[in-house]
Ligand binder design. Structure first.
Ligand SMILES: Nc1nc2c(ncn2[C@@H]2O[C@H](COP(=O)(O)OP(=O)(O)O)[C@@H](O)[C@H]2O)c(=O)[nH]1
Ligand SMILES: [Mg+2]
Length: 188
């Protein structure tokens, strides 16, 4: 039986959410980026899809800017879990995530999540500091990520699905079937 899983990618502007969805998606992702000073910004959401064994994961990247925060709750509605992404290449970027992290953890206190410390290729803030700055609880994982690296993106997804499985069934996935890189596990 195919199971459907709604995964939201949260995090502030520039964290790497659109990149994450693009790297992971097996279908051509829907993007709603418009030009912004020096780069681009997501104005509605990113959408992508990936199948992991018998689970179809629908990915929704939220728009990071606070002026779009009326959309956060709409996009997050019905999600099974979320990845909270930060740009660890500067202290300022990590600090810019505090407001949204507090929003997500207080609005969805029982929804499983992991924090992804993105841009590890150019990281200036280490994982422990990301944890400290955001006030991530000890039982929540903070994982290193390079969103342009497919293997790391898949690993982040597997860590999250593993977390969901642990919370639901009290155990991890079994090691086994692979999706393609040899690092995936049999899920749920
Ligand atoms: N060096 C590096 N750049 C990244 C990484 N992930 C994303 N980027 C870049 O960071 C910028 C913002 O990424 P984007 O996905 O648009 O962020 P969003 O605002 O969260 O959707 C883009 O120029 C990306 O190419 C990464 O892991 N390493
Ligand atoms: Mg974006």
């Amino acid at each position: 039986m195919v199971k459907v899983f709604k995964l939201v990618i949260a995090g502030p502007y520039g964290a790497g959410k659109t990149t994450f969805v693009k790297t992971l998606s097996e279908v051509v992702p829907i993007e709603t980026d418009v030009p912004a000073p020096g780069k681009s910004t997501t104005v509605a959401f990113d959408y992508g899809k990936i199948r992991v064994n018998d689970i179809v994961v629908h990915l929704f990247g939220i728009p990071g800017q606070e002026r779009f925060n009326f959309l956060w709750r709409i996009i997050a509605r019905g999600m099974h879990a979320y990845i909270f992404m930060v740009d660890s290449s500067s202290l300022e970027s990590v600090k810019s995530a505090i407001f949204m992290y507090n929003y997500f953890t207080s609005t969805f206190p029982t929804t499983p999540h992991v924090v992804a410390a993105n841009k590890q290729d150019i990281a200036k803030v280490d994982i422990n500091n990301v944890r400290m700055i955001l006030g991530v609880k000890p039982d929540i994982k903070v994982v290193p990520l390079i969103a342009i690296n497919k293997k790391m993106v898949l690993e982040t997804l597997v860590v999250l699905l593993d977390e969901v499985h642990r919370l639901m069934y009290g155990s991890s996935f079994q090691q086994g079937n692979s999706h393609g890189t040899g690092n995936e596990k049999t899920l749920m």
